[in-house]
Ligand binder design. Sequence first.
Ligand SMILES: Nc1nc2c(c(=O)[nH]1)N[C@H]1C(S)=C(S)[C@@H](COP(=O)(O)OP(=O)(O)OC[C@H]3O[C@@H](n4cnc5c(=O)[nH]c(N)nc54)[C@H](O)[C@@H]3O)O[C@H]1N2
Ligand SMILES: Nc1nc2c(c(=O)[nH]1)N[C@H]1C(S)=C(S)[C@@H](COP(=O)(O)OP(=O)(O)OC[C@H]3O[C@@H](n4cnc5c(=O)[nH]c(N)nc54)[C@H](O)[C@@H]3O)O[C@H]1N2
Ligand code: SF4
Ligand SMILES: [Mo]
Length: 701
Amino acid sequence: MKETKYSICGMCAVRCPIAVQVEEGKPVWIEGNSHDGGMGRSLCAKGGAAFSQRLDRQRPLTPLLRMGERGEGQWREASWDEAYEYITSRLKPILAEHGGRAIMFSDRGGPFADLRQAFVKSLGSPNYINHDCTCGRNVHHASKSVYGLGRKDFAYDYENTRHLVLFGRNITESLKVKEVKSFLKGVKKGAHVTYVDPRASITAGKASRYWQIKPGTDYALLLGIARCLIDNHWYDQDFVARYVTGLQEFKTFLQPYTLEWAAAETGIPAAEIEAFCREINEDRPKVIFHPGWMLARYRDSFYASRIIHILNALMGSIEQPGGLFYPKGPKDAGKKGLKSLAALVPAVTEERADGCGTRYPQWDKGAGMLQTAYEAIDSGIPYPVKAYFIHRHNPLIAMPDPAEQQRILNKLDLIVAVDVHFSESAWFADVILPENTFLERDDILRTEKGLKPGFGRRQQCVKPLNNTRAGWEIYLELAQRLGKGEYFPFQSMEDIWQYQLQDTGLTLADFDAKGFVKLSDKALWFDRDQLKFGTESGKIEFINSKWEAMGVASLPPYVAPDEPPAGSFRLLFGRCGYQAHGQHQNNPILSELLDVNTLWINTKAAKQLGIKDKDQVLVSSGDARGTIAARVTDLIHPQAVFMLHGFGTDVRAKKRSFGKGLADHIFMHGKLKEWDQAGGGLNLAESFVTVTPVPSTGEIR
Ligand SMILES: Nc1nc2c(c(=O)[nH]1)N[C@H]1C(S)=C(S)[C@@H](COP(=O)(O)OP(=O)(O)OC[C@H]3O[C@@H](n4cnc5c(=O)[nH]c(N)nc54)[C@H](O)[C@@H]3O)O[C@H]1N2
Ligand SMILES: Nc1nc2c(c(=O)[nH]1)N[C@H]1C(S)=C(S)[C@@H](COP(=O)(O)OP(=O)(O)OC[C@H]3O[C@@H](n4cnc5c(=O)[nH]c(N)nc54)[C@H](O)[C@@H]3O)O[C@H]1N2
Ligand code: SF4
Ligand SMILES: [Mo]
């Protein structure tokens, strides 16, 4: 008999609602959960390859203990009991000598992190960290400094917008299924789309205006746009008068940043920028300036994002159909939220090892900052860190400088990786605890914020094929064995779900029909005359004196990016629709769709170097080098080259992808120690490489 199970996809961190058909215990079909209107039956290529992930045997299928040196890849299979014993027998002396704070934990964050945060807290450690220093921290902190609200406190009504402005936000490839669908509906309805990127991605193909900006000059373009809009009074004066502070200072600051100046800096003609400003003035308030997602790129990415946030205020597009809106939570629907698991555990008051909230007072404590945590491991300051749990996170490729990372990680007494693949980081660990694939496990309930808030459930659709366990089982068991069981009074996931639902008046059966529960039938919008912001003044602060007191200027003068040294190119990177970072290059199906990355290089630049399309080229920077096929194209700025992230693994257990393509992060020298000083995002796009042809003999000169 066929039955449909509703769950949540886990092939990437977007976590779309899905429907899985199961026949006699076997998964036979997977699609989007069509009860969710925005999703329909759609799924992306990665989601479609979920069964293939489960069947893939080039993964850790039972707990593994390291035999040789770290990273050598010599493993011994172990029982779960043995693996738990290995971990706890090493953690106990660390806890006794250095206390809980000597244990660090990083993961991918997201809606299922509450249980893991509770685990870390139960050990007495403040050192829970997620991946965001290489992703959205600049955007998040910029949002906090303008609105006092985080980046996830805003969502976007693409479908009804009149004008969407994207600065390298590659919405159709670096995708969320619901977001692309809503974007495409907007395009169909005639929305203007302005796409700004040194590289014409697929999203550029959907745009009504594409600007091939000089890499690293977004801040200049944004200052030029802001000045033009304000000078011409092309902004929502009522909204600004009501909600904004600091407009006058902003005006004064903008004086040098004329259209001609912006044009010279960015390479985009002044008349085109002006035409854009005119158009956006007609389109407002149904306008979205997207503040960026992955902005761990430039040393001023925080400020570029800050101006984008400011432009949305000038457009008056906040809490506005066709603009930005606040994702509403249970409270906004007059309902109680899920009970927190971390709330069961006493607060940890200890200072964080990474300095968030202390050495770096402006940075949020919630997500932490991995690069400064590495500093702490290395120096032992503010205190020794001795053990590291890496859960659903792969810092050895997500962070730059792998050799430097390994040097620092080697100072630890214990590294535990919980993964479903042989990630580069798991390969370097002491113990690999293999988690069930997402189809094979339950997770804690999640809150789904939006115009119609609700809760969603990931449930086990099929039984695990291998000797793997669910994350919740792993952490409950470890807590128990470390004497912290009192904080986790649960025997099963059902116990946990019931605890989470305690105040909501809902039961588990309420999730059976659709996989989720909505707390409101109608879309919830706040009264635009009564908007509240999270800043000290309650207003939108163009100048934020609280942040200035913490050493973060609100509006620093523009500083041009470094020019590539002669013969060099700025290395840009990004994603495509078939892959999620470095996760699925070895997936049996996805590796067939795309098994190798290429190097985008501008036609004229390639010609000067004697490089033709599909030629093998040598990419080098310092002692890092490797060959890759060139993709010669006009679609990239002459100063830049581009490659997809996540290829070129050196983990030989991944036989389909081992050594295929080139890894971008190996060329980012010193970037583990270089970040946007205000926002904390790493400067991953501030690296240069040389590119030379490889003779047809394959010999490298
Ligand atoms: N050079 C360079 N660096 C980058 C980027 C880049 O483009 N170039 N991109 C940056 C960005 S935007 C981000 S978000 C980060 C992403 O960096 P990460 O967060 O490290 O990347 P993910 O691909 O999400 O995967 C993390 C790990 O989760 C594992 N995993 C997958 N499913 C499961 C599961 O069900 N359970 C468990 N336990 N583990 C699972 C995967 O095998 C993988 O090892 O990298 C950043 N770093
Ligand atoms: N299929 C798929 N979808 C994903 C992911 C995935 O791994 N695979 N990852 C998810 C995650 S974690 C994230 S953070 C998002 C990332 O979403 P995005 O931030 O939209 O994605 P990236 O692929 O990092 O896009 C980077 C684009 O920025 C451009 N760029 C580089 N320098 C500049 C510059 O100076 N100015 C401008 N304007 N543009 C520049 C690059 O050329 C590239 O096209 O995608 C998410 N969605
Ligand atoms: S975007 Fe694709 S891989 Fe990611 S959760 Fe959604 S369907 Fe799964
Ligand atoms: Mo990301």
